[in-house]
Design a protein around this ligand. Structure first.
Ligand SMILES: N[C@@H](CCC(=O)N[C@@H](CS)C(=O)NCC(=O)O)C(=O)O
Length: 254
């Protein structure tokens, strides 16, 4: 895939492993917008990060003098400001449905796959030295995730993408399943065949697949060697970082 850099590259603040950062980067890849990344985890953000992201969340976009947080707001801004591949369909009803599915993914799949699985199984032990809440993980796996998958199974297409060409709704949904996989979850393809095939197809699209090697580096390299390892793997990083050495809790864990 060929990415054309705009004159002054945009900056995305946030780790390659975040589903919301992955969504924005995949959308930028689709549109051919050049970017640099400051690959910080939200709990390791300095005062400037907190100023630019009032909810202390990643991603944050910096475009010249302009800066904004929230993946959906960022993707809508990019779609309105930059030409190229449209992230939303043209028809008003399709657009509304695309926005709804993006919101369903960001909110519901975010709760299920990030807060209940990835955060519990990966972030709590690694960042905070706290035990996993096993009951929360069990309830999500056995009760809540199946309900969400039943819903998606009725919404997703048997072939191709939701609105013809791939767009932000497809990417938003699929992105959470990659974090699910990082926490050991795989879709049961016998029970949810459409969803399993759709997620595979979307994650295999070059706009997202291109990010996978960088995610592997981000997940496996030591904190000290991470920036260099990402650069060696082909990532274009910012020269300076808003990262800190010490973890601090965000709004959701206070
Ligand atoms: N609605 C936000 C959600 C972003 C979000 O929750 N990001 C996570 C990382 S995957 C985060 O920064 N969490 C830290 C926190 O909430 O304290 C978006 O779409 O950008």
């Amino acid at each position: 895939m060929h990415f054309t850099a705009v004159e002054r590259p945009l900056t995305i603040i946030g780790s390659y492993v975040s589903p919301y950062v992955r969504k924005v980067l995949a959308c930028m890849n689709l549109k051919g917008i050049g970017y640099e990344v400051d690959p910080i985890t939200p709990f390791f953000g300095d005062e400037e990060f907190r100023r630019r992201s009032p909810l202390c969340r990643i991603p944050v976009l910096i475009d010249g003098d302009f800066s904004i947080s929230d993946s959906s707001v960022i993707c809508a801004y990019l779609d309105e400001k930059y030409p190229g591949h449209a992230l939303l369909p043209a028809d008003p009803e399709d657009r509304a449905r695309a926005r709804w599915l993006e919101e369903f993914a960001d909110t519901r799949l975010g709760d299920l796959f990030i807060w209940n699985l990835f955060y519990q199984k990966v972030v709590r032990p690694l960042v905070w030295g706290e035990p996993t809440d096993d009951e929360r993980v069990r309830k999500s796996l056995e009760e809540d995730i199946p309900v969400a998958l039943d819903y998606l199974e009725g919404e997703l297409p048997a072939d191709g993408f939701l609105f013809g060409d791939i767009g932000v709704a497809d990417i938003s949904i699929a992105s959470f399943f990659r974090n699910g996989a990082y926490a050991g979850f795989e879709i049961d393809a016998a029970r949810w065949p459409r969803t399993a095939a759709f997620v595979r197809r979307t994650l295999d699209h070059p706009s997202i697949a291109a990010l996978l090697p960088l995610e592997d580096v981000q997940r496996n390299a030591s904190i000290k060697g991470r920036r260099q390892a990402l650069i060696d793997a082909g990532a274009r990083l910012t020269e300076t970082t808003l990262g800190t050495q010490q973890a601090r809790r965000g709004m959701m864990q206070l």
